[in-house]
Design a protein around this ligand. Structure first.
Ligand code: CP
Ligand code: NVA
Length: 309
């Protein structure tokens, strides 16, 4: 049987998302009858970068499902330096039932999945953050009931979080506008993939460099840090991003029932003001909580059938 990996949201179909979110709701409402469905199972966490939400939600999630995690940090792994991806993946597959990896180059997590004989989940790479986007979509659905034709605006850097949101919004038929400064657009190949998926689902993806146009009438305003982990931070870069800050003036252009989203960690005072982050429209902590519920559903989906080690 083929192993199912989750490296980008292109690995997940619309019916799978629907099933995943149904299971997420059961887990969130504590309606899953089996008490320790992942008893005896271990998830290996291979993290090249720091993490709070992703690491903790996998660790707490596995614990709540009756399993456990084993964490390997940057000092332990050194993929490609101390050891090849092939050897790492082959060895880990003998110990654990699944791997969640956080990498710099997306190719690193792809290589792990290529050689692993257990499911690999991308816990953020430089290019994608699929678990985050699934939690975001679940949060938006919980608030608005549907993403079909919903006006969503992402403002800031065309980064990993933006890419996965583009894939996810496309699958669910949303109308997403991505507003970035000219030098920081999303990757063209991913834009094309998302546009094709959006067309199939009756959604749309618009790119702009005008933050005001993107925010106007939006039901969802989403932002992320202007400088991602591993990137250099320059004064010129911060200046280019300044008009994209989620602040009182920009938020005033949105629909009056809008919600504000951020994957966190946030740089308060840069991409988002305290006032907006702490306003009643802000869903940022619900998003963070939903990481746990959605990832528990992903873990059950991928690991339940796995052989105990
Ligand atoms: N949103 C998110 O992935 O947070 P961490 O980097 O803290 O895991
Ligand atoms: N774009 C950010 C997301 C952190 C969750 C980064 O990669 O640092």
């Amino acid at each position: 049987m083929a192993i199912h990996h989750v490296l980008a949201l292109t690995d997940v179909s619309r019916p799978e998302i629907d099933a995943l979110f149904e299971l997420t709701s059961l887990l969130k409402q504590r309606k899953v009858k089996v008490s320790a469905p992942l008893a005896g199972k271990t998830l290996g966490l291979m993290f090249q970068k720091p993490s709070v939400r992703t690491r903790l939600s996998f660790e707490v999630g596995m614990y709540q499902l009756g399993g456990q995690c084993a964490y390997l940090g940057p000092e332990d792994i050194q993929q490609g330096h101390r050891e090849s991806a092939k050897d790492l993946a082959r060895v880990l597959s003998r110990y654990v039932n699944g791997i969640a990896a956080r990498t710099f180059a997306h190719q690193d997590v792809v290589e792990l999945a290529r050689w692993s004989t257990v499911p690999v989940i991308n816990g953020l790479s430089d290019t994608h953050h699929p678990c985050q986007a699934l939690a975001d979509l679940y949060t938006i659905l919980g608030h608005f009931g549907s993403l079909k034709s919903l006006k969503i605006a992402y403002l800031g850097d065309g980064n990993n979080v933006c890419h996965s949101l583009m894939h996810g919004c496309a699958l669910l038929g949303a109308h997403l506008t991505v507003a970035t400064p000219k030098p920081f657009p999303p990757q063209p190949g991913i834009v094309e993939e998302a546009r094709r998926a959006a067309a199939r689902a009756g959604g749309a993806l618009t790119l702009t460099h005008d933050p005001n146009a993107a925010a106007s009438g939006a039901a969802v305003l989403y932002t992320d840090v202007w400088v991602s982990m591993g990137q250099a931070r320059t004064p010129a870069q911060l200046k280019a991003f300044a008009p994209f800050q989620l602040n009182r003036a920009l938020v005033a252009r949105a629909d009056k029932r809008h919600i504000v989203m951020h994957c966190l960690p946030a740089h308060r005072g840069e991409e988002i003001t305290d006032e907006v982050m702490d306003s009643p429209h802000s869903m940022v902590y619900d998003q963070a909580e939903n990481r746990l519920h959605v990832q528990k559903a992903i873990l059950l989906w991928l690991l339940r059938g796995a052989k105990s080690r």
